[in-house]
Design a protein around this ligand. Sequence first.
Ligand code: ARG
Length: 589
Amino acid sequence: MKKLLDLISEEVTKAFTELGYDEKYGKATLSNRPDLCEYQCNGAMAAAKEYKCAPFLISDQVAEKLKENPMFAMAESVKPGFLNLKLDERYLADYLKAMAKDEGRFGCEKAEKPKTIIVDYGGANVAKPLHVGHLRPAIIGESIKRIGRFMGHNMIGDVHLGDWGLQMGLIIMELKERKPELVYFDENYEGEYPKEAPFTISELEEIYPTASKKSKEDAAFKEAAMEATKELQNGRRGYQAVLGHIMAVSVADLKKNYSNLNVSFELWKGESDAQPYIPAMVEKMKKEGFAYVSDGALVVDVSQEDDVKEIPPCIILKSDGAALYSTTDLATIVSRMEEYDPDSIIYVTDKRQSLHFIQVFRCARKTGLVKPETELKHIGNGTMNGKDGKPFKTREGGVMRLQYLVESINEEMYKKITENHTVEEAEARKTAQIVALSAIKYGDLSNQASKDYIFDIDRFTSFEGNTGPYILYTIVRIKSILNKYYGEKKLPEGAEILPAINDSAKALMLELAKFNGAMETAYQETAPHRVCAYIYDLANAFNHFYHETKIMTEEDPMVQAGYIKLLELTRGILETCIDVLGFSAPEKM
Ligand code: ARG
C-alpha cells in the first residue's frame, strides 16, 4: 500500500498543478501544530516567489480546490500562506481496513528487488565469555537484520567470531602446563584424538584469563604462546585438535547465551575462516601496485584529499609478515563477495572501531575487493554506561559478564511482577524473563545506536514511560480485552473498522496508518530506534483511546465490533514491531 502521506501529497500536488502551479510545491508533511491540523503543506510560501504573488493567494486557491476533495475533512488556508489539512474520517477508516486485510504486513510492501545483505554483528571471542560490550552489537544487529528481513531482503547474520590469534596459543600453552600428559602435545602421536574436550566451559573461561595474565608477567610464557599460535596456524595436528575442542565448547556456550537474548546467526564463521584468502589477496594488492612496504610493513594508502583529519595507511602485513585485524576483515570481504556477492555488508561494533572500518572500507574499494556498487556500512554503537556515567562495571569494578547482567535484570523484573499479586512461581519466572528482555532491548534500541546511554535498571524496568515493559503492558492490555470479548461473543457479520467518532480514536487511527512509513524509514536509515519511537507514539495513542472509550460496555454491537477490529490491528502492528526489535510479549503480566 502507498503511504498515507504520499497519497495526501498526490492530491495536494494535483490541486497545485490543476491551478497551473508547479508540482514540486505540493508536498504534504505531518503537522507540526497537531492542535490545528493533522497535515500541512507549505508549498504556497515557496511558490509565491516563483509566481510573484502573495503566498496566501495561492494557498487560498489550493484550499478551495481541496475542499471539494473527499479525502479531506478540512482544508484551510492560513496566513501568510499555509495549508492546514485534516483527513476525512471515512477515508482514514478505509485505509485502515485495507491495512487490516493485508495480513501480517499491514500495508507495508516488501522490496521489489530484494537485496542480499550481510550483517556482521556478533564479534564474540572464542574462549572468552560475552561481556556487556557485546550486548549492544548483538541487540542492534539482530534488529537491523529483522527489519531488513521484514522489508523483504535476504538478510544473513554472521557472528564473525574472534577465533584467531594469540588467545589460542595462550590457551594451548596453559593447558600444556596443567596437563602435559595430554596426547595433543605429543608431536609423534599419529592416532586419532579424543572426541571429548579436555576441559569444560567454566574451566576454559578460567584458563584464558589466567594465561593472559601470565603472559603479561612472564616473557618466556608469552614467547611460547606466540610460537604455539604460529605452529597452530601452520597446521600442527595436536594443536588443531585442541582448537577444535575450544571452538566446540565455546560455540555451544555462546549459542546458549545469544539465544537467551533472542539473538541468532545464520553464519557461525570466524576470523580463522578468512585466513586462506589472505595470500592471494595480498599478492593481488602488491601486483596491482596498491600495497607497498613502509617501515618494513606492507601498507595501502587510504587517505583522501578532502580528509579533515589524517587517515593513516591500512596495514596489510606487519614487518614480521603477520596478518592483522584489518587483514582479516579484508580477507573476510573477499570470501563474502565470493560466496554471497552481497549488495551490502553492515558491521555493528563499538564506535571506537570507526577508524578501523574507514581504513578497511577504503582499502577494499581502492583495491577492487568489492564492486563499485557494493555498500559497506559501519554502524558504530556508543557505550552503555552505568548510573555514574562510566562504562558498566561489576560492583568490584571488573568487566560485567553478560550473563550476570541479564540474570540481575530477570531478578529485578521477577520482584516487580510478584510484588503486588500472587503468581505461580514458574509462570512468574517465565514472564519476568520475557519482560526483562524487553526492558534490556528496548532500553538499548530506543536510543540512537551511536549515542552512549545510561543503563538505568529502575527506569528500564518501569511499566510507565518510554520503556519495553510499557509497550508489553499495552499489548497485554489489548490481548486481555480481546480475550474477554471473544470469550463472550463472536464478531457480528460485516464487522469493520468504523470512521473515528472522537479525537482519541482518530489519533490512534492516524498513528496506525504510519506503520509502513515507519518501517521503511527504519530500514532506510538502518535505525531500529525509529521503530521504538513509532511504537511509543502508537502505545500512547492507544492508551489514550482506551481511557476515553467504553469498549466492553458499548451497546451498539457494530460499533463495539469496530473497536475490536481496531484493537486487533493495533495488537498486530505492535507485535510485528517488537518482533523486529527482537523481543515478544507474554500473555499476561
Ligand atoms: N571480535 C571483535 C572484538 O571483540 C569484534 C569483531 C567485529 N567484527 C568485525 N568484522 N571486525 O572486538
